[in-house]
Design a protein around this ligand. Structure first.
Ligand code: DHE
Length: 516
């Protein structure tokens, strides 16, 4: 006899009255059609411990019971009793019986191409270099906003849970997004269409584009790979199986573009190494040594070949997983999430040259730099302390700690404004405050509270630096446009949890006031 899904569900429910629920069977009945029978995700996100770490078991129970607003995930409280919900939450937050496999074959099979006929010009009248790309996490959409008139010109559904900054080709025409589930999406900002998608990992951190815009690198937590794709059609160019010199595997915390070096630089979560991968087809051979090749399954001699994607390992004393680069890209400041210091690594000589005490978990990835007294300073917020630390990049001295009402994620400025804007969004009492910091006096000159009681964070300037856009990061949130000189509100655009917004011009010119 063949049971339909509903009768099987009833049968399982009845069985649950007598025995512990069979979570694996419940999963196949209720979850597999959206999340995949292997739990790797389908129309819904992957349900693996690596992907659900932020939600936790209690969060998973709540979502199974009540659903997730703004998504297709419906609540199951009418179909499942408490015990079954608990069993399912425990099941999806535990590792699967066999380790997930996501190699070249699986990546290539996931690729979807939807090429558009060539366009001679944008399909709108707005300045294509002054667009804002707004990632709305509340209902997993992206809005494209005209940066002169501050009006939305497009809105489309994104992959589930985009994270990190989208990355632009040097001409500003295409933008690439990455989701925590490993999807990379290519979007044409002229035709306003998605043109290609591929799943490069099961759990990814971020992406970076090469200086020439031809390659996109994807940092993965699961599996331990760094994947390089062609930006033309997202085809796979190279897969690095990430492991230290001794073969111990490592997750990749993040990957960055280093334009003056024409390379990618990757932070490894579990190995005391920084990886530099050349994007120059004529790169000279690099360090001697050996690396295990995921693709060939053999040890490859390092240094015997240079060229495109030649790998250089920089040994450091302990793993660093959050980076800030000085404007010359000769130095990188790195921090460990649990650490209380930043380490300065000289990338040319491949050695640590300074240590800066920075208690309170610096968020170096959000760091920015500017000129002060003829010297380049960098500043970073902290995820645990209410302060902005300011460092002189000529001698790596900590020159100031600017107190803010609470810890925050982001810091932003622009070459044409005297102020840097910092949030305190990680403070329960001050999550709605934005501190305006004078970049020369290093004092907070004003505190804004655009939406009392609501989490407010992430600022981005328009191309001219005359306007600053601030996110009210709630479901019924908004992007608020401020006059960056008078600090007066000009406009409020309703948005669904706008977690980040990115100005095309500031991104492609690598403005010092924005993260890269
Ligand atoms: Fe992010 C960027 C890491 C949690 C929103 N975040 C980044 C980058 C890294 C990073 C390495 C730089 C990548 C890039 O832009 O290419 N983020 C981490 C973490 O390790 C952390 C603390 C824990 C985690 O779960 O991964 C974390 N980040 C968050 C959030 O909870 C945020 C606020 C909301 C969310 O939905 O994830 C969040 N992260 C962002 C945003 C950026 C980002 C908006 C891009 C900033 C930019 O302006 O460029």
């Amino acid at each position: 006899m063949k049971l339909c899904a509903a009768s099987l569900a009833l049968a399982l429910g009845a069985a649950a009255a007598h025995a512990a629920p069979d979570a694996a069977a419940l999963y196949q009945v209720h979850c597999a059609s959206c999340h995949g029978s292997d739990r790797f995700g389908a129309v819904g996100p992957a349900l693996l411990p690596e992907n659900l770490g932020r939600l936790g078991k209690a969060g998973a129970q709540a979502v199974i019971r009540d659903g997730r607003a703004g998504t297709k995930m419906q609540g199951f409280k009418a179909a499942l009793d408490d015990e079954s919900i608990k069993a399912l939450a425990a099941y999806v937050t535990s590792p699967p019986a066999t380790a997930p496999l996501w190699g070249r074959a699986q990546i290539e099979a996931s690729r979807v191409l939807t090429p558009e006929p060539p366009a001679a010009k944008p399909v709108y009248s707005a300045d294509p270099l002054n667009l804002f790309v707004v990632v709305e996490g509340g209902d997993h959409h992206v809005s494209i906003v005209d940066g002169d008139r501050f009006t939305p010109i497009d809105r489309f559904a994104s992959r589930f849970a985009l994270h990190g900054g989208p990355k632009f080709t040097p001409d500003g025409r295409y933008v690439f997004f990455s989701s925590r589930d490993g999807w990379v999406t290519k979007f044409d900002l002229w035709t306003l269409k998605v043109t290609a998608e591929i799943r490069a990992g099961l759990n990814s951190r971020n992406i970076a584009l090469s200086k020439d815009g031809r390659h996109v690198a994807v940092a993965n937590y699961l599996p331990d790979t760094l994947v390089i794709l062609s930006t033309a059609d997202l085809s796979v160019e190279k897969i690095f199986d990430v492991a230290d010199r001794n073969g111990k595997a490592s997750r990749v915390s993040a990957v960055y573009q280093a334009p003056p070096r024409n390379s990618f630089i990757a932070a490894l979560k579990d190995a005391p190494e920084i990886w530099e991968i050349s994007c120059d087809p004529n790169a000279p051979p690099v360090y001697p040594g050996f690396v295990h090749s995921y693709e060939s399954g053999m040890k490859e001699a390092l240094g015997s070949t240079g060229g495109l994607f030649a790998l250089r390992r920089i040994e450091i004393s302990s793993p660093l997983d959050d980076f800030f680069f000085d404007p010359s890209y000769r130095y990188v400041l790195g921090a460990h999430r649990d650490g209380d210091k930043a380490v300065v690594v000289h990338l040319d000589i491949g050695a640590e040259i300074a240590t800066i005490p920075l208690p309170g978990m610096p968020h170096l990835g959000s760091g920015i730099s500017w000129m002060r007294d003829g010297r380049v300073v960098m500043a970073t917020p902290h995820l645990k302390d209410g302060k902005i630390s300011v460092i002189d990049t000529t001698d790596w001295r900590l020159i100031a700690e600017i107190p803010t009402p609470g810890p925050g994620y982001f810091l932003r400025s622009h070459d044409n404004t005297p102020y840097a804007w910092a949030d305190s969004s990680l403070s329960p009492q001050h999550r709605d405050e934005i501190s305006i910091i004078d970049k020369q006096s290093l004092k907070v000159v004003r505190t804004l509270k655009p939406a009392p009681g609501k989490m407010t964070a992430h600022v981005e300037f328009d191309r001219s630096g005359k306007h600053a856009l601030v996110s009210v990061m709630e479901k019924d949130g908004a992007v608020i446009v401020y006059d960056a000189a008078t600090l007066q509100e000009i406009k409020r655009l309703p948005m669904s949890k706008p977690i980040g917004k990115y100005n095309v011009y500031n991104k492609i010119t690598f403005s010092q006031g924005t993260s890269h």
